[in-house]
Design a protein around this ligand. Structure first.
Ligand code: HEM
Ligand SMILES: Nc1nc2c(c(=O)[nH]1)N[C@H]1C(S)=C(S)[C@@H](COP(=O)(O)O)O[C@H]1N2
Ligand SMILES: [Mo]
Length: 415
């Protein structure tokens, strides 16, 4: 294990480097809250990229993994111990047995970071930095991966299981592994039904696009064929108790019910296309691997959206056009991640307070109430901006000044 692990590690670094290279070459764009963050992140990436390049060029093993990362990764996994994917988390006779208490003592870098999956105990200390999902992985430190992987179901994949088994150090005491999940519900249990023509790029969370032929059949995309891009489970929102909070710099905090939004403001209808930044990513990946879901060409749709204008709602909360220091309007969804942080994105104040920009808080698509997948009961529609900013299941609007914290953890929609 010890002598093969470095091989894998190189590959992983290389895979990320490839991803960054691909990203740089193809206008990599995370859907950040504002452009300033984008900038910082870009530099960070370059730094990391340079670092990885340096690491890689100084290793003799690097040449093993010179091709596409997928191929590279496969190759590396083959070079080392044949990984029995189907045995991920199964009892392994040759390894020592630990208790949950033992595992819990390994929750920091200093003590090493251990996690469990099924009956497997893993030391993932050296993987943490390489994790494609960032430091979220630390939430599982000293405990079980299962509850988190219920939410982040991308992990339930052979290549992730194979990766995990690389870090195997022991077994969990038999009676302790069985009840970890016993009273946990699948967070995706209450997902809406979907049109069978939607082809999923991932099921949990649900991400899917229609066949191109159906998309081009109509100028206005029928809502049940409109691509769906969800980062998390679809929240269940009761229209009776729904309440939208508007708060922040230059406004007095107000709460609006669904009824308020529908009746206190003029209803506007705009026809606008919404496109995911990842649309057609699969074509880019053919040139060079890029990070993120593999979208075809149909992660785009065109619809009529009706609702209250953001301008009117911000005005109602007391915001003046030229309020000093106000720079962005942040939107938070009601969908929350494992750390209870909502999906979020923001737009510049110039866009938000521009009557003609027609940013609306929509409650209808094509004349019908929004389906759950598209943000029921209220979503933002920000015409002309990348889809990620059109926040669904809108729960809170925050007007912010210059130094707001911004890169949202659950908003990692890399292009
Ligand atoms: C040893 C344990 C883990 C391994 C081996 C692992 C591995 C991975 C891999 C390979 C991916 C990329 C998936 C793909 O593109 O196919 C990924 C993504 C991700 N992981 Fe993990 N993971 C681990 C633990 C966790 C935990 C505990 C969490 C959360 C609490 C987490 C959250 C995420 C998220 C949010 C992403 C998606 C990132 C994105 O879309 O940019 N992971 N992980
Ligand atoms: N609350 C919330 N809003 C969200 C998302 C999300 O996951 N949660 N995804 C965003 C992204 S990346 C895109 S491209 C669009 C997709 O909208 P649709 O699913 O209605 O097509 O919603 C955006 N708004
Ligand atoms: Mo997106």
């Amino acid at each position: 294990m010890a002598n093969v692990y470095p091989v894998f590690r190189r590959c992983l670094l290389h895979h990320r480097t490839q991803a960054y290279l691909g990203a740089v070459g193809h206008g990599y764009c995370r859907e950040f809250k504002h452009d300033s963050t984008h900038q910082t992140e870009g530099n960070g990436q370059k730094r990391r990229y340079l670092m990885y390049t340096a690491v890689i060029t100084t290793t003799t093993l690097a040449s093993i993994c010179i091709n596409h990362y997928v191929e590279g990764r496969k190759k590396c996994l083959q070079i080392e111990s044949p990984v029995e994917t189907e045995h991920a988390g199964q009892y392994k006779k040759s390894l020592p047995v630990y208790t949950l208490e033992d595992v819990a003592e390994h929750a920091t870098k200093n003590d090493r970071i251990w996690v469990t999956y099924g009956q497997g105990v893993y030391d993932i200390t050296d993987f943490v930095e390489e994790h494609p999902g960032g430091d979220k992985i630390l939430m599982a430190a000293g405990g079980s991966l299962e509850p988190f992987w219920l939410l982040y179901a991308v992990h339930k994949n052979p290549h992730v299981f194979a990766l995990l088994e690389q870090f195997r150090i022991g077994n969990l005491k038999e009676d302790e592994s069985s009840d970890i999940l016993s009273n946990m519900e699948d967070p995706y249990e209450l997902e809406p039904r979907r049109h069978p023509a939607l082809k999923p790029a991932s099921v949990k969370p649900f991400n899917a696009e229609p066949p191109l032929q159906l998309l081009v059949d109509s100028f206005i995309t029928p809502s049940d064929l409109f691509y769906v891009r969800n980062h998390l489970p679809v929240p269940e929102v009761d229209p009776e108790t729904y309440s939208l909070e508007i708060t922040g710099v230059g406004v007095k905090t107000i709460f609006l019910s669904l009824h308020d939004i529908k009746t206190k403001f003029p209803k506007y209808t705009v026809t606008a296309a919404v496109q995911c930044a990842g649309n057609r990513r699969s074509e880019m990946s053919e040139v060079k691997p890029v990070k993120g879901l593999s979208w075809g060409p149909a992660a785009i749709g065109n619809a009529t959206w009706s609702g209250a204008r953001l301008y009117d709602v911000l005005k109602a909360a007391g915001l003046e056009e030229d309020h000093p220091g106000v720079e962005h309007v942040q939107f938070e969804g009601l969908d929350t991640d494992a750390a209870n942080l909502p999906y979020g994105a923001s737009i510049p104040i110039e866009k938000a307070m521009n009557r003609k920009a027609e940013v609306i808080l929509a409650y209808e698509i094509n004349g019908e109430p929004l389906p759950r997948d598209h943000g029921y009961p209220i979503r933002v529609i920000a015409p002309g901006i990348v889809g990620a900013r059109s926040v669904k299941w809108l729960g809170r609007i925050v007007v912010t000044g210059g130094n707001s914290s911004n890169s949202h953890p659950s908003n990692s929609n890399a292009m």
